[in-house]
Design a protein around this ligand. Structure first.
Ligand code: NAP
Length: 258
């Protein structure tokens, strides 16, 4: 089967912008990409954490900002393009997560999570797409989650934001691939990061951020559209997604109770 995206021949040719690079998967991916020879712009709010992740690497560029600040996107895009001469791949990695049941929902917190996880991706797309479309090349990688495969009671706001990102990546692929762009949908299982440290349950098939970063790099190198891992876990969840509701709902209730 042929790859849905153009395979990457050499990461040393890539100029990568990782948004959400100060910790967890984004930080590990930034280091992985730098090691592979890419030029990497690292964004998040905490500039000092970004400096630590970059470790003084000569190919790293720090672009610290709050992704909820719409004006800041343009400023940092211009600065990165001036330094690198363009952007070949943007990875949307930033997220806000709080385990919450439906009775815990607060409107202001929900709006913040949706703006961070989903709204910022639209701002980012509106920022990077014009230049990529004009050039007829570039890559958009969206980190969604297996939490977006189906409704999970513990992820009352986070889950729907990730389901929307899956939908968005699908439509972007159909729109942008014929125009020369690559679109990647990344659906990790559980990864040990500050985000999942908030979970008070045992996370099955938990991975390190470094293993996640390697899986993402391998998937992008191979030109896959959906990059999901660890596969034994994610394939099982894909099967659950296909179950009829009358079987799926009791199964999910049992899983959430344990
Ligand atoms: N960990 C998992 O098990 C797992 C599973 C599936 C999917 N994912 C997804 O993978 C991605 C990375 O998650 P992670 O687990 O690595 O989380 P993490 O360690 O908490 O990292 C989240 C990143 O987002 C940045 N961020 C959050 N709000 C921001 C804002 N307003 N402006 C700029 N940056 C902001 C944070 O930086 P600052 O705080 O410095 O701003 C940080 O760099 C997320 O999209 C997450 O949903 C994670």
């Amino acid at each position: 089967m042929h790859a849905l995206n153009a395979p990457v021949r050499d990461w040393a040719e890539l100029r990568v912008w990782i948004v959400g690079a100060s910790s967890g998967i984004g930080a590990a991916l930034a280091q992985e990409a730098l090691q592979a020879g890419a030029r990497v712009a690292l964004s998040a709010r905490r500039a000092e954490r970004l400096q630590t992740v970059a470790g003084g690497h000569p190919q790293a560029l720090i672009a610290a900002f709050d992704i909820l600040d719409q004006q800041a996107w343009g400023r940092h895009h211009d600065a990165i393009c001036e330094q690198f001469g363009g952007i070949d791949l943007i990875v949307f990695c930033a997220a806000d997560y709080r385990p919450e049941r439906s009775w815990d929902i607060k409107a202001d917190r929900a709006a913040h999570t949706l703006a961070t996880n989903l709204g910022s991706v639209y701002t980012g797309l509106a920022t990077v797409l014009p230049a990529m479309l004009e050039r007829g090349s570039g890559g958009i990688a969206i980190i969604a989650s297996v939490a977006g495969y189906f409704g999970l009671p513990n992820a009352s706001v986070y889950g729907p934001s990730k389901a929307a990102l899956i939908n968005l990546a699908e439509l972007l692929y159909v729109d942008l691939r014929p125009r020369g762009l690559n679109v990647y949908l990344i659906n990790p299982g559980f990864v040990q990061t500050p985000l999942t440290a908030k979970n008070d349950f045992t996370m099955p098939a938990l991975q390190t951020p470094q293993a996640a970063a390697r899986a993402i790099r391998d998937g992008i190198t191979a030109g896959r559209f959906e990059i999901h891992f660890p596969r034994r876990f994610t394939l099982a969840l894909k099967l659950v997604r296909w179950l009829p509701y009358r079987l799926r709902f009791p199964l999910i209730s049992r899983l959430v109770r344990t």
